[in-house]
Design a protein around this ligand. Structure first.
Ligand code: GAP
Length: 446
C-alpha cells in the first residue's frame, strides 16, 4: 500500500485532501491522472449498464436529501455503527476494532459500552439556523432512484423488468476512515436498481451476480477477485440475500461491491397508500409520500410493488483495486527493474504520449504537435505531448502511469513520414508510417 500511495502522489493520481492545512481524515482529491482513471472506470460501468443494454435508464439526482426519504428508508434509525469511547485517551473506535476490551491506542480498559452512532451527515437548508430546516448528505445514491421511480416509469413507459442506474457522491461519517481510499467519508458509488416481478427476483439476482463478476474481470481484476454469500445473520434489514464481491486489497480481502435482493422493501417503504398493496417486506407506516410506487401487472391487471435487485459498487474502491492489480515491479535485463502500471488500456489515463526526439528542434516539435492533434481528434481519450527531450525518462514515466503506447517523432518522421511506436508491456518498438497511424491507433489502445 505504501508504494501505491507514493506512486499516486508522485505521479498525480490521488492526493490527501486539504493537505496544505494539515489534511482532513478520510478525504482525498483526484489529480490529473486520477480523474482520468476514475472517469474511464465510470464510463466503462455506464456503458455496460446503460448503453449496451436495452432495459436500463440513467439518472443523476441531488445529493442533499429530504429527511423524510432517509426516515422512511430506515437510515435514520438503523444506519449506525456501534461506537466505543476510550475514557482515558479520548479516542473513538468501531466496536469491531476493539479486542479484549482494550483501547487499541493506549491499552486502557476504561472504555464506554458500545452505543449506536449514526453515520449520516446533516446540513442546514436556507439562512435560518433552525433545527427543523435541515437536509442529509445522501449516504448512498440508491434512495433517490426509488423516489424517482414514478418519474422514470411515466417518462419512459418502461415495463418490468427494467433498471435505473446512477453514479454519484455519497457521504458517511465513518468512525475510523482508513486504508487510503478504501474507507473514506466522501466517496462515489455506481448503483443500479433493477425492478422485477416478485417471483422473478431470485433468477435476476443470480444473473446480476454473474454479470457484475464478469464486468470486474473486464477491468483486469481476475486474479484477486472472489465472492461470498453474506450469512443470513449479517444481512441488512432490507435484504433477502446479498453477495459481496471481494477483492484482495493490499490491506486484506475486503468488499468491493454488494449485490442485494432488496425485495419490495424500498418501493414499499416510499409508496403512499401502502395498505392498497400486498407488500411482503416489513415496512414502517409511511404518512408523508404523495406518490404511488407500483405498476399495473399486464396479465393479472393487479397493482404490484416491484422487487429490486441492486448491484452497488464503490468507485473509489474500484480505483484502488485496479491500481493494486496493475502495479508491477518488473525485472528487466539483469539487475535493472521498472515500475509499470499494467492497466487495461481502456482505463489508462493517457492513451498515448507523443515524444519529440529533440525538444529544441522546431520542425520535430511542430510535427509532434500535428500528430498529437490528429490522434486527439479521434476522441479516444487523452493524448499528451511529452517534450522533455529525454526519451528514456519519458518511457519510465509513462510505464509508471500506465500509458499503453509512446510515439517518438524523429528525423525520419520529417524525411520518411514514419514514427516509432513503443509498447508499454512488451517494450517492443515498431516503425510505422504516419498515414497508417489513425487506423492502427484504435487497435493499439482499445
Ligand atoms: N445501496 C447499498 C449500499 O450503499 P453498501 O454496502 O453500504 O451498500 C456499497 O455500499 C458499496 O459502496 C460498497 O461495496 C463499497 O464499495 C462502497 N462504500 C461503502 N462505504 C464506503 C466508504 N466509507 N468508503 C468507500 N467506499 C465505500
Amino acid at each position: 500500500m505504501d508504494e501505491l500511495v507514493a506512486l499516486c502522489k508522485r505521479r498525480g493520481f490521488i492526493f490527501q485532501s486539504n493537505e496544505i492545512y494539515g489534511g482532513l481524515q478520510g478525504l482525498y482529491d483526484y489529480g490529473p491522472l486520477g480523474v482520468e482513471l476514475k472517469n474511464n472506470l465510470k464510463q466503462s460501468w455506464w456503458s455496460s449498464m446503460v448503453y449496451e443494454r436495452d432495459d436500463i435508464e440513467g439518472i443523476d439526482t441531488s445529493i442533499l436529501t429530504h429527511p423524510e426519504v432517509l426516515k422512511n428508508s430506515g437510515h435514520e434509525d438503523t444506519f449506525t455503527d456501534p461506537l466505543i469511547d476510550c475514557k482515558s485517551c479520548k479516542s473513538r473506535w468501531r466496536a469491531d476494532e476493539v479486542n479484549s476490551n482494550k483501547c487499541p491506542k493506549c491499552n486502557s480498559t476504561d472504555l464506554t459500552e458500545p452505543r449506536p452512532f449514526n453515520l449520516m451527515f446533516k446540513t442546514k437548508l436556507g439562512p435560518l439556523d433552525d433545527n427543523g430546516n435541515f437536509a442529509y448528505l445522501r449516504p448512498e445514491t440508491a434512495q433517490n432512484i426509488f423516489t424517482n421511480f414514478k418519474n422514470i416509469v411515466d417518462t419512459t413507459s418502461r415495463e418490468l423488468p427494467f433498471g435505473i442506474a446512477q453514479i454519484g457522491k455519497a457521504f458517511r461519517n465513518e468512525i475510523t476512515p482508513r486504508n487510503f481510499i478504501f474507507r473514506v467519508r466522501e466517496f462515489e458509488q455506481m448503483e443500479m436498481e433493477f425492478f422485477v416481478r416478485p417471483g422473478d427476483d431470485e433468477k435476476w439476482y443470480s444473473k446480476w451476480v454473474n454479470l457484475r463478476m464478469d464486468w470486474w474481470r473486464k477491468q483486469g481484476l481476475s486474479n484477486n477477485l472472489s465472492s461470498i454469500d453474506v450469512p443470513k445473520c449479517d444481512l441488512a434489514h432490507y435484504s433477502k440475500a446479498t453477495t459481496d464481491i471481494m477483492y484482495k486489497f493490499p490491506h486484506g480481502v475486503e468488499e468491493l461491491e454488494g449485490i442485494a435482493n432488496r425485495k419490495d422493501f424500498d418501493l414499499g417503504s416510499h409508496t403512499k397508500n401502502q395498505s392498497d398493496f400486498d407488500i411482503q417486506s416489513n415496512v414502517s407506516n409511511n404518512i408523508s409520500s404523495n406518490s404511488k410506487l407500483a405498476m399495473m401487472c399486464r396479465d393479472s391487471k393487479k397493482w404490484i410493488v416491484p422487487f429490486v435487485i441492486e448491484p452497488s459498487a464503490g468507485l473509489d474502491r474500484g480505483v484502488l483495486a485496479v491500481l493494486t492489480e496493475s502495479y508491477t515491479d518488473e525485472k528487466i535485463d539483469g539487475d535493472s527493474s521498472r515500475i509499470v502500471l499494467k492497466l487495461p488500456k481502456h482505463l489508462s489515463p493517457i492513451k498515448a504520449a507523443i515524444i519529440p526526439l529533440k525538444k529544441n528542434n522546431p520542425d520535430i516539435v511542430n510535427k509532434a504537435k500535428e500528430i498529437k492533434s490528429m490522434l486527439q481528434k479521434l476522441g479516444l481519450g487523452r493524448i499528451i505531448l511529452e517534450n522533455t527531450g529525454n526519451i528514456g525518462k519519458s518511457y519510465r514515466k509513462h510505464d509508471e502511469v500506465g500509458t499503453p503506447i509512446c510515439i517518438t517523432i524523429d528525423f525520419d518522421t520529417l524525411e520518411k513520414n514514419t514514427v516509432t511506436i513503443r509498447d508499454r508491456d512488451s517494450m517492443n518498438q515498431e516503425i510505422i508510417n504516419v498515414k497508417d497511424l489513425n487506423d492502427r491507433f484504435a487497435d493499439l489502445i482499445l
